[in-house]
Design a protein around this ligand. Structure first.
Ligand code: AMP
Length: 219
């Protein structure tokens, strides 16, 4: 099963991808993580991507497409993959369809995690991750069980994303509505879209997504 998780920044795509990895053995491919890693390693791609990311703008299609396809090509997971944060434009989606077709593969489902903008701004301001293992947390609804200690790896080093500042978040939301939301219609025309309510708790959203695995419910 190959999935795309689609939704605005802060909708919970990363959190739900990690749960799907654990439960169904799918492999998460996050374009944001790939680009952040390229930026921190100061690779040629990272150097090109950095200024766009700092401003909350989308990185040009060709740069992202090359990076994601390189990861897809190296994938050997028989259970399939979850694309988190990619595609983000219709051009990227068309390139993805073409690439998958050439490799005798396809996207099976596109799960849209819907959350209104006013909730996203609060959520993003509250999120942080373990600097060691990347486990995600939130000041409001998911604090570590022991204060200051990561539940997964025990590290006490946490970090917040530079592009989670309020001004940058507003730009990222604008980019989502202008460039990414049209993908919902693109995939609806392929009969692949199912929408879940991203305002529900992490567990409830996860259960809703699990049902989509056993069901043929596609809107
Ligand atoms: P994310 O971690 O998915 O929120 O992505 C962080 C930033 O990386 C975005 O604000 C963009 O600048 C860039 N980015 C990630 N994925 C893409 C993509 N598919 N297309 C263009 N830019 C992207």
């Amino acid at each position: 099963m190959n999935l795309i998780l689609l939704g605005p920044p802060g909708a919970g795509k990363g959190t739900q991808s990690k749960l799907l990895e654990t439960k169904f053995g799918l492999k998460q491919l996050s374009s944001g993580d790939m680009l952040r890693s390229a930026v921190s390693m100061e690779t040629p791609v990272g150097k090109k991507a950095k200024s766009y990311m700092d401003q909350g703008a989308l990185v040009p299609d060709q740069i992202v497409v090359d990076v994601v396809f390189e990861h897809l090509a190296g994938l050997s997971n028989p259970n399939g993959f979850i694309l988190d944060g990619f595609p983000r434009t219709v051009e990227q989606a068309e390139a993805l369809d073409g690439w998958l077709q050439k490799h005798s593969s396809r996207i099976d489902r596109v799960i849209v995690i819907a959350v209104p903008d006013n909730r996203l701004v609060q959520r993003i301001a509250a999120r942080f991750t373990c600097a060691n293992c990347g486990e995600g947390y939130n000041d409001v609804f998911k604090l570590p069980k022991t204060e200051g200690v990561c539940d997964v790896c025990g590290s006490s080093d946490f970090k917040r994303r530079a592009d989670d500042r309020a001004e940058t978040v507003a730009k990222r939301l604008e980019a989502y509505h202008a460039q990414t939301a049209p993908l919902i219609d693109y995939y609806k025309s392929q009969g692949k879209v199912a929408t879940v309510d991203g305002e529900a708790s992490i567990d409830d959203v996860s259960q809703e997504i699990d049902v989509l695995f056993s069901d043929k419910v596609i809107s």
